[in-house]
Design a protein around this ligand. Structure first.
Ligand code: TMP
Ligand code: MG
Length: 327
């Protein structure tokens, strides 16, 4: 007599063997690698390693995959067609408050003008940047709480904002949901604003989508009164801020293969809270200057695939399509 666990294990082994056979026939990985390496805006320092990671991910299939993605300037676009900078989740306050209360709006804008260059400065170490990030987030959150913005005001701010999805990001999120691949949005931005944005753009937050982010807490009159703890800024996006009791953790247990999507150096450790022994494929959106070859080289060292000033989600979608197609 076989035990249920043995039957399940045998079925899994069979599915895996079948998948390996199918992979041999379909050329899915070489085709995907060919596509990647032929794109002008794709940098890939080590194609052999990328192909090996993809192979493991395809063999594991959707059931073994989780996507961990940054939001600001990763799922959302960095600039529009005219080259104008678009908004981050915090930036929703810059724009809208500027219209209503220019003095306060200017404070948000001044903070970004001062600290954004520090966040991306190649001259400072992460340790040197951290106190500045804590001051930036602390001051910005203090302004939001002091003003006691109401939930409905913030929802309206989001409606009027210049947050824009990268082309294809909406479909990407929907296709993950359709294939039961969990999406963890790990953001040092403001989680409520991402929620309102997804509700407004997609009609609802897909079941597969979860958040690790700074959440605005509201009082009984629905006025902003505090932020969730611990504070998440760009350089603490790792296991130190992940609460393992979070309800979705059971959903991602056993998901050994991670696709990590980010745009900053602070995003590369977003996978460390997930215990497992599978590969992480790190895809980095480089939004910086094309002249800054040093910065691009740095991205190439830490990300498996670097997408240079790519306003689309085409590459991430192709990777997920291949994972979904072979099982
Ligand atoms: P993330 O994209 O890594 O989650 O980080 C959030 C971004 O938000 C980061 O690039 C800094 C930016 N930010 C603002 O634009 N305005 C602010 O007030 C704060 C605190 C952060
Ligand atoms: Mg970002």
């Amino acid at each position: 007599m076989f035990k249920a666990t043995e039957i399940v294990a045998a079925a899994a082994a069979n599915a895996e063997a079948e998948c390996i056979e199918q992979l041999k026939k379909t050329d899915a990985i070489p085709l995907l690698m060919n596509f990647l390496l032929n794109q002008e805006n794709v940098l890939c320092r080590d194609p052999t390693t990328v192909a090996a990671k993809l192979r493991k991910m395809v063999i594991g299939g959707a059931g073994k995959t989780v996507v961990i993605s940054d939001f600001d300037y990763t799922l959302s676009r960095f600039e529009n067609e005219q080259g104008e900078r678009l908004s981050t989740t915090h930036g929703v306050f810059d724009d809208n408050v500027m219209r209503l209360k220019p003095e306060l709006g200017q404070k948000f804008i001044d903070l970004k003008a001062k600290y954004y260059p520090i966040e991306f400065s190649p001259k400072l170490t992460m340790e040197e940047k951290i106190p500045h990030m804590e001051t930036w987030w602390g001051t910005s959150h203090g302004l939001i709480i002091n003003e006691k913005f109401s939930k409905s005001t913030i929802e309206e701010f989001v409606r009027q904002s210049r947050i824009v999805f990268r082309d294809g990001a909406e479909d990407f999120i929907q296709s993950l949901d359709a294939h039961n691949i969990p999406l963890v949005i790990f953001s040092a931005g403001i989680g409520n604003i991402i929620e309102y944005f997804l509700q407004q753009k997609l009609g609802a937050i897909p079941r597969n989508t979860h958040f690790i982010s700074n959440m605005i807490l509201f009082d009984e009159e629905d006025k902003a009164c505090a932020f969730s703890e611990p504070l998440i800024h760009t350089f603490c996006k790792n296991s130190s801020v992940i609460q393992k009791e979070t309800s979705f953790f059971h959903e991602i247990a056993g998901r050994v293969n991670v696709i990590l999507l980010g745009d900053s150096m602070g995003d590369i450790h977003m996978d460390v809270g997930v215990e497992r022994d599978g590969p992480t494929l790190k895809v980095g959106y480089y939004n910086g200057s094309l002249e800054d070859t040093e910065a691009m080289e740095h991205y190439e060292q830490v990300y498996d695939i670097v997408l240079v000033r790519d306003p689309t989600f085409t590459v991430a979608q192709k990777i997920v399509d291949v994972i979904n197609s072979t099982h």
